[in-house]
Design a protein around this ligand. Structure first.
Ligand SMILES: [Fe+2]
Ligand SMILES: [Fe+2]
Length: 262
């Protein structure tokens, strides 16, 4: 089994499709991941599996590769795991809190879109507020912290980072499409683009909160954590005067009156 740990997962899944099923059954989405060239070893590490989960996954993968059961599975690596879910360092906690605000707005979108006529001036104006929030808060403030500061502390050739950056770009394209559709008075197209953005970003945030950030926290030194906080403060200080407060107000006011469906 050892020799498969350094092979990339997409190749393993292509050669042994049952391996993809084994990963999917454990909520590990390599089959649908846009990159999928992570090494099997890194996937186990990144998902911080409990020893029994790691053993169960390795056993299923070994059987997918060789149904005779002849492959020997490695001993799980000892890892200290916090009880009750991830405990983030202060700077990563800050990013998770930003996610919570973004999810507040995205959670209200389905109800808003279900009752809105985006070709009408009033509803189009509300949709533009949402786009302002996404561009200003989710993208310029939050994604910039990831792209320009946090991700820079890790090897840029890591597929997980490439996949996250690609999703940021896809999100930007959805927002451009939504804004263009609103300008053209095409309400249905604007709604489709905003819904696509919502779906993409909720999934993206879940991966960051549950997998990427905890893995990053396990690999950051105390010095790096301290510098991150400083750099995040500097990044927020560069936002135009009052913009963060304006976005927080949108996140407070927009969801009012819409049932949340996140
Ligand atoms: Fe991100
Ligand atoms: Fe994020």
């Amino acid at each position: 089994m050892e020799k498969y740990l350094d092979r990339n997962i997409k190749d393993i899944i292509a050669e042994f499709p049952a391996a993809g099923t084994a990963l999917q059954a454990r909520g590990i989405a390599c089959v649908s991941c846009g990159a999928g060239t992570c090494r099997l070893r890194d996937i186990v590490d990144m998902h911080d599996l409990a020893p029994e989960e790691e053993t169960s996954l390795m056993r299923a993968l070994a059987l997918a590769i060789d149904p005779s059961g002849a492959l020997r599975i490695p001993e799980p690596a000892p890892r200290a795991r916090p009880a009750g879910g991830p405990r983030y360092s202060p700077p990563l906690r800050r990013l998770v809190d930003e996610h919570a605000l973004i999810k507040r707005v995205l959670g209200a979108l389905p109800s808003f879109l279900a009752g809105a006529d985006l070709a009408s001036p009033a509803d189009a104006a509300r949709a533009r507020e949402v786009i302002r929030f996404i561009r200003s808060y989710a993208d310029r403030l939050h994604h910039a912290k990831e792209e320009e500061i946090l991700f820079g502390l890790f090897d840029p050739s890591l597929d997980v980072l490439k996949a996250m950056l690609a999703e940021h770009e896809t999100g930007r394209a959805h927002v451009r499409a939504a804004a263009a559709a609103l300008d053209a008075g095409d309400g249905p197209a604007a709604a489709v683009a905003l819904s696509a953005y919502r779906e993409l970003l909720l999934d993206h945030i879940k991966k960051e909160d549950e997998v990427l950030y905890p893995w990053m926290d396990r690999n950051l030194s105390m010095t790096q954590v301290g510098k991150l906080s400083e750099s995040f403060n500097e990044a927020d200080a560069k936002a135009p005067d009052g913009e963060i407060a304006a976005c927080e107000r949108i996140a407070e006011e927009f969801p009012a009156g819409y049932a949340r469906a996140s």
